[in-house]
Design a protein around this ligand. Structure first.
Ligand SMILES: [Fe+2]
Length: 302
């Protein structure tokens, strides 16, 4: 069975490459591991060769997503299993620095997916300046057909469907985090698939406050939050990066006990046990903001 263990990396097409390099180096606090002859910037959160790839472009979008499979898995077996599901994946060797072998195919929205078992781990460790998140936590996709795309991740990559908020957000995971993907209907609303937001995990409330001070020092306003979400119960706040992408900084995300089908209990849960469910709102504290998150994400389409 094909099942990624980890959300490995996101590749972003970037218009303001200098601004984004500065943002990821000095505001987000990731390590620049390599700069390709093609202008691509490879950033690590602390262990892997890359968790973020910035690719110079004349558009701002999510190009693709890398998922790491268990290291014992045979990539050729995975290719065959994809074939059996009607997916023709290309086996690529040395196509990306740090990854010798990967499978490439596309999801229904046209985002490029990479599956790989091994990535170099130069381990630049965690930087001492900037926000310095624990990890790339999740990607929220602006999908043209969120139900179809969510089904694809469930059926092809065996993702677990956790929650949904109305029809605007469908949460999926491949490990214990409540979600590593959120398939939203923003693409349908704006008429093109794109990135809705990219999210990084922080350690605790003190790390969140420090992060907001770093954003403030860099004249980057928080546009929504902090608030606790309903689905996932993460405490989240959102800002824009120099390319206009919505970026979430969060902590305290629900952890799924997969064998039992419920989330590790927490005092703020509405249900006991807290199982995957439907929500009609995304803010558990009743905090209402002037605009919705989707409006803030759609800003770059205007
Ligand atoms: Fe999110």
């Amino acid at each position: 069975m094909i099942k990624p263990s980890k959300l490995g990396y996101a590749e972003l097409l970037v218009k303001d490459i200098e601004g984004m390099e500065e943002y990821y180096s000095n505001v987000m606090g990731l390590s620049l591991v390599e700069k390709g002859d093609d202008g691509k910037r490879y950033f690590s959160t602390g262990l892997d060769h890359h968790n973020i790839i910035l690719t110079p472009s004349n558009e701002s979008n999510l190009f693709g997503i890398g998922f790491q499979l268990d290291s014992q898995v045979s990539i050729l077996d995975v290719k065959k299993q994809l074939q059996a599901k009607g997916i023709s994946a290309e086996l690529k060797t040395d196509a990306e620095p740090g990854i010798s072998e990967m499978l490439e195919f596309k999801d229904p929205d046209g985002f490029v997916l990479h599956l790989y078992t091994n990535i170099d781990t130069p381990a630049p460790r965690f930087k001492e300046n900037g926000i310095v998140p624990n990890k790339l936590g999740h990607l929220a996709l602006a999908s043209m057909d969120p139900i179809k795309t969510a089904k694809f991740y469930q059926e092809v990559l065996n993702f677990y469907f956790t929650d949904c908020i109305d029809e605007r957000a469908n949460f999926l995971t491949c490990n214990n985090d409540h979600h590593v993907l959120n398939v939203s209907n923003l693409g349908k609303l704006v008429g093109q698939s794109n990135l809705y937001h990219i999210a990084f995990e922080l350690r605790d409330a003190s790390h969140q406050y420090q992060s907001f001070d770093i954003l403030a020092k860099n004249n980057i306003p928080i546009v929504w939050g902090p608030t606790r979400h309903t689905a996932g119960h993460n405490i989240a706040a959102y800002h824009h990066d120099p390319d206009g992408n919505l970026v979430e900084l969060f902590m305290d995300m629900d952890q799924l006990i997969t064998g039992l089908g419920y989330f590790d209990p927490r005092p703020w849960h509405e249900d006991f046990p807290m199982k995957p469910r439907y929500w009609d709102d995304n803010a558990a504290w009743g905090t209402k903001y002037e605009k919705t998150l989707l409006d803030y994400a759609a800003k770059k389409f205007q």
